[in-house]
Design a protein around this ligand. Sequence first.
Ligand SMILES: Nc1ccn([C@@H]2O[C@H](COP(=O)(O)OP(=O)(O)OP(=O)(O)O)[C@@H](O)[C@H]2O)c(=O)n1
Ligand SMILES: C[C@](O)(CO)[C@H](O)COP(=O)(O)O
Length: 388
Amino acid sequence: MNSLIFLAAGEGRRVGAGKNKMLISVKGKPLVWYSLKHVLQSTELDEIILVTQEKERPEFEEVVRSFHTQIPFILANGGRTRSESVRNGLNKVSEASDKVLIHDGARPLVDGLFIDSVLNLVNEKVPAVVTGIPCVDTIKKVTPEGMVSMTLDRKELFRAQTPQGFYTPLFRKVVDSLSGDEKFTDDVSLFEYKGIPVKIIQGRESFFKVTTREDVERFMASLEQPKIAFRIGQGYDIHQFCDDRPLILGGIKISDTHGLLGHSDADALIHAIMDSLLGAAGLPDIGHFFPDDDPEFENASSVKLLIRVMKKIRDMGYEVGNIDTTIIAQRPRLSGYIPEMKACLSRVMGITEDALGIKATTKEKMDAIGEGKAIAVMASSLLYRRNY
Ligand SMILES: Nc1ccn([C@@H]2O[C@H](COP(=O)(O)OP(=O)(O)OP(=O)(O)O)[C@@H](O)[C@H]2O)c(=O)n1
Ligand SMILES: C[C@](O)(CO)[C@H](O)COP(=O)(O)O
């Protein structure tokens, strides 16, 4: 059985809102609503121990009711310190609990899948797991007089976050063995103090704790922007056949003659893909970047142009979700070449083969393409960008 102790009994003095920061209203909902919403995305939790100050209980109960969740919520009284609140919460954890997580309610952007992955790591042999962020700043140890006494080796330093997970029977034992006077600022410290190994895994910056007024603003700003921006784009290209050029499609030479007419190597598949990528990124088309009267691009390899387009979109922070294409050609028969095209283009674009669709069809002998005078290609791309 999996339990989570949800800490919400602080005063929020450092935020200075004149009330518990968990009850600050953000877009019409108390901050605790966001934390609980994310915690409730977990599929592994069997009970939540909600630790609150007694006088604030009704407000928290109202938030819990609003979720209409099946997970039992058990209420515990907050203590004078965070550690005391943890103790009180632990006293309410069910006897049958195997694993217990402790989570600061003040980390509203935690996610349920992450909670589940911490739970899955904990067992009798790995009895304590802490999440943290490797330090990127140089860390100074300082004296009370404001002088630097030493510089710590940041390679060995992590900033601890919650959730922190424990094998419940051992956690109970450790908590019972302490006097309660020890000063710990997080929960795995109890295990470190007792010499019990603690595993650390990487948390996420987004799980920051709302501690100051700036953190409240950072949280509000995070609600304004979508976490992932998706962009779609389409591309189309058509080239006439000619007798005296090689036929190159998808970066693959299909024949030495009966190729396509064009300023570059006339690889219509790559051209349509490039236009779809550029369009998705809101950029002008390939004619703008690789003009057909510029000698630089005469007989140019379209693979090389594709590399340049990929760099442009990656520089803007975009990644390819997937690309789908249809080659419309009456001749030659292309199905045998498609695996090679996929291998070549996915390598060039740095995407997996399953992110690239290449299909071929004919025009049933109708119109110029159907008469074998040209090849056309349609492409669609999905780009995404993470907003941090
Ligand atoms: N006696 C306490 C103190 C803290 N917490 C909870 O522990 C988490 C982390 O604590 P902190 O950020 O220090 O919250 P506050 O104590 O509310 O803030 P402050 O120290 O600024 O007063 C918060 O979710 C807080 O509600 C708690 O349950 N009981
Ligand atoms: C547990 C903790 O969130 C890990 O970073 C942190 O130590 C809590 O400290 P606080 O002073 O109670 O906010």
